[in-house]
Design a protein around this ligand. Structure first.
Ligand SMILES: Nc1ncnc2c1ncn2[C@@H]1O[C@H](COP(=O)(O)OP(=O)(O)O)[C@@H](O)[C@H]1O
Ligand SMILES: [Mg+2]
Length: 262
């Protein structure tokens, strides 16, 4: 489906980036990376811990700027990217002193939407986000899956067309995780967003994605290897045990193993 969408939505062009410590301790993460994600594509970034996955998002959002190279949104170089991408960081940033409803209205409040209108919008999505009856509950009273759905709703209502999700399901038990993956694909289709999804889980990357970008073990990334996921859509529970899925999983695991030096 969306893998055929033609236009570049988010592009890195010859991007190099290092964290600056006190010299000579600066830590180089990316060197001359060129990569793009198409409109309405679902792309996963798969790589071991410390390989620079979250840094990639910090660059995409504009929380960090590249040392050299450029980052474009819809083929236009864009230095101020923060409002243009929706970002769900690795640790969920729900405010513990605000209820589900009050957390949900935050992005719209920041954009100057009236509280009344913002609340109306959030309430209209409670059911499909599986949060009905939880409007006035505080985040610490929710299950892990529910917290992630509140975060996701907040990212969606921020209005951006590109959503960056940093390991949103990694803390969930496996059954909840499977169900959340299926739910996320339904939402992706419904809202027609471009999604970039970070994971270190091979099966999760295959199940969700049109394409997988593979990062190598640290320290430095010079190229992201791209793997096309040929698994047909819609993806269902059965997809997970199909021959295409198994073959891809074997291939990806082999690639990852080949890169690890013990
Ligand atoms: N703000 C920062 N300042 C300095 N170094 C950082 C910072 N954030 C991350 N790093 C380092 O950069 C490397 C890549 O980190 P990160 O992008 O978080 O990897 P991943 O998300 O793949 O686990 C790691 O060595 C990490 O310690
Ligand atoms: Mg990370």
């Amino acid at each position: 489906m969306s893998s055929k969408a033609a236009r570049d939505h988010l592009s890195f062009s010859n991007v190099s980036f290092s964290y600056k410590g006190r010299p000579p301790s600066s830590l180089s993460i990316f060197e001359n990376i060129t990569v793009s994600v198409k409109e309405k594509e679902f792309v996963s970034i798969l790589g071991p811990s410390g390989s620079g996955k979250s840094t990639f998002f910090r660059l995409a959002t504009g929380l960090e700027q590249p040392d050299t190279g450029s980052i474009s949104i819809s083929q236009k170089e864009e230095k101020n990217r923060l409002g243009k991408v929706g970002y769900m960081p690795q640790q969920d940033l729900l405010l513990p002193w605000r209820t589900v409803l009050e957390n949900g209205v935050l992005p719209m409040e920041l954009q100057g939407v009236s509280r009344k209108e913002a609340k109306k919008q959030v309430l209209s999505h409670m059911k499909e986000f599986g949060l009905e009856g939880k409007e006035n509950v505080y985040p610490q009273q929710l299950s892990g899956g529910m917290r992630q759905r509140v975060s996701f709703l907040r990212a969606i209502l921020g209005g951006a067309d590109i959503l960056l999700l940093d390991e949103p399901f990694s803390a969930l038990d496996s059954m909840t995780r499977f169900m959340m993956q299926e739910w996320l694909l339904l939402q992706w289709q419904k809202w027609e967003k471009t999604i970039i999804f970070i994971t270190h889980d091979v099966e999760e990357a295959i199940f969700l994605s049109d394409r997988i970008l593979m990062l190598t073990p640290p320290p430095i990334q010079t190229e992201f290897e791209t793997i096309d996921v040929t698994l047909p859509r819609p993806r269902t529970e059965e997809s997970r045990s199909s021959p295409v899925f198994m073959e891809l999983k074997q291939r990806l695991l082999q690639k990852m193993r080949a890169r690890i030096e013990l």
